[in-house]
Design a protein around this ligand. Structure first.
Ligand SMILES: C[S@@+](CC[C@H](N)C(=O)[O-])C[C@H]1O[C@@H](n2cnc3c(N)ncnc32)[C@H](O)[C@@H]1O
Ligand SMILES: Nc1c(NC[C@H](O)[C@H](O)[C@H](O)CO)[nH]c(=O)[nH]c1=O
Ligand SMILES: N[C@@H](Cc1ccc(O)cc1)C(=O)O
Ligand code: SF4
Length: 424
């Protein structure tokens, strides 16, 4: 079955393309009238300059408004990295530690459940769980984590395990990807992060990592997840040894998968954090220190344009960019600010300094300050509450589980609870 696009529309908006050069104008007009921007045309958009850049941004903003209106969404969630012990040696990663390292961490199922329970008590609807590929870990541990959480918190959405972790679990249990994914779904896995994608290009991957899942396997596992009914996010990690050709091909590949499966919920561009990354430290002449500001703007805008009608949620990662830049991306085609996260570690381990958590209240304020309407969603983009009123006193009491107003509930914690603060 082919997934049908819901938001393809066929009206060009001349104001968006005013002032652009003929070549760029033609591409943008095609996008605005419902046509598909090819990978080659995507490269031209990534290379846009001068007045062309503004036309790219205006087009992305117009398409964003058509797809999402004025709403900007976010999800109340907690990030749980159950181990940072990993020997895969991805060169860009500052998160992985060896068993003997002082900061090495391993969480038992009870500790994971305890963190999930604290998150639930603060109004979280999702736990986002990923970890290192611990050499001694049993492949059955992934299932164990899911069962432990679902037993204690049947209503918590479990967004967990990258395709690389699925590859690892399937190899260790000697199951096929389909069997392993079906088993996890049966245990309660609700959706998966589309991380481990990095850049889906063999030559780039060879420079980033020697042991990581190939691009072909990433695609195979993602397609299988979608086929067995597990939706996933999609990511691209950019700004290191890559170029516009890789970005446009990567986005076009995601679009092709989506046409077949409809299983992607969103795209999250992840800017490479170079500060404490071995990749940059070992080769500062060849590796870029993350994307430039212009590249960050264009990545969000061109993703919106190329994916329009196929993946209509473009998320900005505040952990990579910080709140102020994340807010600016709302005029570059972005309609989602991701999760509150509570404990962010992967970006911090690579040297990012944007904090561990943004509260729901802060996100609401950020979105309002950008003139948009905040919307709390669940992981699969179902609306949970819309904050239409600009006066916080007027906020309709938007009721979540057990009749509780989750924002009122969050207010009970003006400070982060000590247990959350202490958790790494
Ligand atoms: C740290 S891994 C955890 C899951 C699992 N170990 C894996 O590799 O799939 C999750 C993702 O974090 C991102 N990441 C790691 N280091 C990064 C860095 N220095 N800058 C930006 N993103 C990074 C990568 O996209 C990676 O796939
Ligand atoms: N956990 C991290 C995320 N997660 C993305 C969202 O919070 C969420 O899980 C998704 O929106 C589900 O729909 N993003 C980061 O950049 N860093 C994280 O650690
Ligand atoms: N944004 C990803 C998860 C993620 C986790 C850690 C990162 O460093 C980056 C991304 C997802 O939900 O699909
Ligand atoms: S990106 Fe994932 S697999 Fe690679 S070293 Fe880091 S934690 Fe391990």
């Amino acid at each position: 079955m082919t997934y049908q696009s819901k938001t393809r529309q066929f009206a060009c908006d001349p104001a968006a393309v005013n002032g652009a050069s003929p070549a760029i104008r033609a591409i943008l007009e095609k996008a605005l009238s419902g046509g598909e921007v090819s990978a080659q045309e995507g490269v031209a958009l990534f290379r846009a300059d001068g007045a062309d850049i503004d036309a790219v941004y205006r087009t992305a903003d117009t398409l964003r408004r058509r797809a999402n209106g004025d709403r900007v969404s976010f999800v109340v969630n907690r990030n749980i990295n159950f181990t940072n012990i990993c020997y895969m040696g991805c060169k860009f990663c500052g998160f992985a530690k060896r068993v003997e390292d002082k900061s090495a961490e391993w969480l038992e199922p009870e500790q994971i459940v305890e963190r999930a329970q604290q998150a639930w008590d603060r109004g979280a609807t999702e736990v986002c769980i990923q970890g290192g590929l611990h050499p001694k870990m049993e492949g059955t541990y992934y299932r164990e984590i899911i069962r432990a959480i679902k037993t204690a918190l049947p209503g918590m959405h479990i967004h967990a395990f990258s395709p690389f972790e699925i590859w690892y679990g399937a190899s260790k249990t000697k199951m096929s990807y389909r069997e392993f994914l079906t088993d996890l779904k049966e245990a309660g896995l609700d959706s998966m992060p589309g991380t481990a994608a990095e850049i889906l290009d063999t030559e780039v991957r060879m420079q980033l990592t020697t042991n990581k899942l190939s691009a072909e396997r990433w695609v195979e596992i993602i397609r299988t997840a979608h086929e067995v009914g597990i939706p996933t996010t999609a990511t691209i990690m950019y700004g290191h040894v890559d170029a516009p050709e890789h970005w446009a091909a990567h986005i076009a590949l995601l679009r092709d998968i989506q046409k077949d499966t409809g299983g992607f919920t969103e795209l999250v561009p992840l800017s490479f954090v170079h500060t404490d990354s071995p990749l940059y430290a070992q080769n500062p002449d060849k590796v870029r220190p993350g994307p430039t500001a212009r590249e960050v703007d264009l990545m969000h805008a061109v993703s919106r344009i190329m994916l329009h009608g196929w993946i209509d949620n473009i998320q900005v990662s505040w952990t990579k960019l910080g709140a102020a830049r994340a807010q600016q991306m709302l005029s570059r085609g972005v309609n989602d600010l991701g999760g509150t996260l509570m404990n962010e570690s992967i970006s911090r381990a690579a040297g990012a300094d944007h904090g561990q958590e943004i509260t729901a209240r802060e996100l609401v304020r950020m979105i309002r300050a950008a003139g948009r309407v905040p919307m709390r969603r669940n992981t699969v983009y179902e609306v949970r509450e819309v904050f239409e009123h600009h006066d916080p006193e007027e906020l309709a009491p938007l009721v979540d589980r057990k009749g509780r107003d989750p924002l009122a509930f969050l207010e009970m914690f003006p400070e982060r609870p000590a247990a959350i603060e202490a958790a790494q």
